[in-house]
Design a protein around this ligand. Structure first.
Ligand SMILES: Nc1ncnc2c1ncn2[C@@H]1O[C@H](COP(=O)(O)OP(=O)(O)OP(=O)(O)O)[C@@H](O)[C@H]1O
Ligand SMILES: [Mg+2]
Length: 542
């Protein structure tokens, strides 16, 4: 076949495929248009997971009758005036692609009335071709009805998942959009059944309640806002008790746009690393604002990713905001217990530690101990890791807390890591490792942290350096190094421990501030209370 230009209808359909790949994409585009139009109330109704019908109605400013047909032409937009605007996008839409793409793959009816028009207009499009607009009576705003999506595209229609999974995807997208706009009231129905409803109260926590339920909303704490010229961080996070089995509760918003962003996702993971159990994820709404000129939205056909000019700054701000909020939430939670019992937290704590009696080790992995409240099973690796991390954080920068080696030792590292380490010798020194570059692939070590002196510090240094350097986005190198170092030098599951070692570990664990956190953080310890024991053995039965 010779080279020929595609017929315009075919070309339009191919282009549309990039923007509209499934029903939820239609919902996202229409809802974003409604938001850009300044709507206060947006309703979304779908039938058959959106395959048969999607209708989005808003009370925004509407489209002037004279521009209605133009809105469905490709690259027609009211949101960019000139080329320079592309570098400072303040609206969700900017390409002039969504409406023509939808009209290329479905039947579309639009009813709209602009604030300045005396009446509204109805325009119908079949196969992307508009009929003549008809005057209608209606209030200000726009209603777009999309029917028989992909009807002429059997291949794509076949790939639509079942009605409930497409409906679920629509609800997921809308949930995240709602979280970005607490001031707008959204109402979604799937096959006539109400799904997601938000009030538009302007309070983020109200939206969290609608999206994630009251139980999770009760465990959310507001992020202490960070406001700098380069970035503003707001939102709310769960305190470590409320977790989900997937990342679905993590919503990252950049300038009002729900995006997926690997580095920011990683910043959240990092902040929660010691606060949630492996395999559980926090609920987080991260509302980030950056100057429009600092963000590139034009990198993904569905605008679901953005590039940040000052990624490192944003990363660091997010991480410290989340960390600080978590720390405060934890401090308050622990304090709250003390008040409720009428006793100081420290007192409670001391009794707990003193009352502990080591009974033995299970599977060379867990320490089993008896305490005032019942039986404790302690994960020896997690416990030791936590103790070491607290010690490192505590002694950070204190020169006395290092042990000078009689003879400097050479530690080998990969050449590509050596360069990274050279940048961070300051951080290493603060941790207690006095290190100098030594050739292309080695470090000369003059001292090691005293707390690790008996834990094979040189091998640990080598493996920790490798681990941190392999991470692509370790913005807070020092903190990451401390975490990895603690993990690598802690006793492992499978290490046999003497009773004295176990006792020493439990006492140290008690002394660290996080000890009381077995119920909040990653479960370092599991308590089987006296009550539970009684219940198990039927002794509570009278
Ligand atoms: N619900 C609405 N209310 C008011 N105007 C609308 C609405 N939907 C679309 N428009 C108008 O139609 C134009 C075209 O919409 P379309 O979604 O195709 O493009 P866009 O939003 O400008 O860019 P993008 O393709 O990135 O979404 C918009 O620029 C806007 O002027
Ligand atoms: Mg749009």
């Amino acid at each position: 076949v010779p080279i020929r230009k595609l017929a315009p209808t075919v070309a339009a359909r191919i282009a549309a495929g990039e923007v509209i790949d499934r029903p939820s994409a239609v919902v996202k585009e229409l809802v974003e248009n409604a938001i850009d139009a300044g709507a206060c109330r947006i309703t979304i109704d779908t039938v058959d997971g959106g395959a048969s019908l999607i209708e989005v109605a808003d009370d925004g400013h509407g489209i002037p009758g004279a521009e209605l047909a133009l809105a469905f032409e490709r690259h027609a937009t009211s949101k960019l005036a000139d080329e320079a605007d592309l570098d400072r996008i303040g609206t969700l839409g900017f390409r002039g692609e969504a409406l023509p793409s939808i009209a290329a793959v479905a039947d579309v009816d639009i009813r709209t009335r602009h604030a300045d028009d005396a009446h509204g207009w109805l325009l119908q499009l079949r196969g992307g071709t508009p009929s003549a607009a008809v005057p209608i009576a209606r209030a200000r705003g726009t209603t777009i009805t999309v029917r028989e999506l992909f009807a002429d595209m059997p291949a794509r229609r076949k790939f639509l998942r079942g009605r409930s999974s497409e409906g679920g995807q629509i609800a997921t997208i809308l949930s995240n959009v709602c979280l970005a706009y607490p001031g707008i009231s959204f109402a979604l129905t799937l096959d006539g059944r109400p799904s997601l409803q938000t009030e538009g109260s302007g309070e983020l926590i109200d939206v969290v309640r609608s999206v994630h339920g009251a139980e999770i909303a009760a465990e959310m704490v507001p992020i202490e806002p960070v406001v700098t010229p380069a970035v503003e961080v707001r939102g709310c996070i769960s305190n470590g008790r409320a977790t989900l089995p997937t990342r679905a509760g993590i919503t990252i918003l950049v300038n009002g746009r729900w995006v997926s962003h690997r580095a920011l996702g990683f910043a959240i993971d990092e902040a929660y690393r010691t606060a949630v159990t492996v395999g559980r994820f926090p609920v987080v709404v991260l509302d980030i604002k950056v100057p429009p000129a600092d963000v590139d939205v034009n990198v993904h056909p569905r605008k679901s990713e953005v590039r940040l000019l000052r990624e490192r700054t944003v990363f660091a701000c997010v991480q410290s905001a989340v960390q600080e909020t978590l720390r405060q939430a934890h401090a308050e939670a622990t304090h709250g217990v003390g008040v409720g019992l009428g006793e100081g937290e420290d007192h409670e704590h001391a009794m707990w530690v003193e009352g502990l009696r080591v009974l033995g080790q299970v599977g060379a992995t867990y320490i089993i101990a008896e305490g005032r409240q019942g039986l404790y099973l302690v994960d020896q690796h997690a416990a030791h890791e936590r103790v070491l991390l607290e010690q490192l954080r505590e002694t950070w920068g204190r020169r006395t807390e290092r042990q000078v080696l009689l003879e400097p030792a050479v530690v080998n590292v990969a050449p590509r890591h050596a360069a990274v380490v050279h940048e961070h010798v300051g951080a290493l020194a603060e941790a207690g490792f006095d290190v100098e570059p030594f050739g292309r692939d080695a470090l000369l070590v003059r001292s090691v942290p005293a707390s690790l002196a008996h834990r094979n510090p040189l091998a640990t240094l080598a493996s920790a350096v490798t681990a941190v350097c392999e991470e692509t986005t370790a913005a807070d190198w020092r903190e990451r190094f401390a975490i990895v170092l603690s993990c690598h030098s802690a006793v492992r599951a499978g290490d046999r421990l003497s009773t004295e070692e176990m006792e020493a570990l439990l006492v140290q664990l008690g002394e660290t501030e996080l000890c009381g956190a077995c119920s909040h953080g990653r479960p370092t310890a599991v308590l089987v209370s006296h009550k539970q024991l009684e219940r198990e053995f039927g002794r509570d039965y009278r």
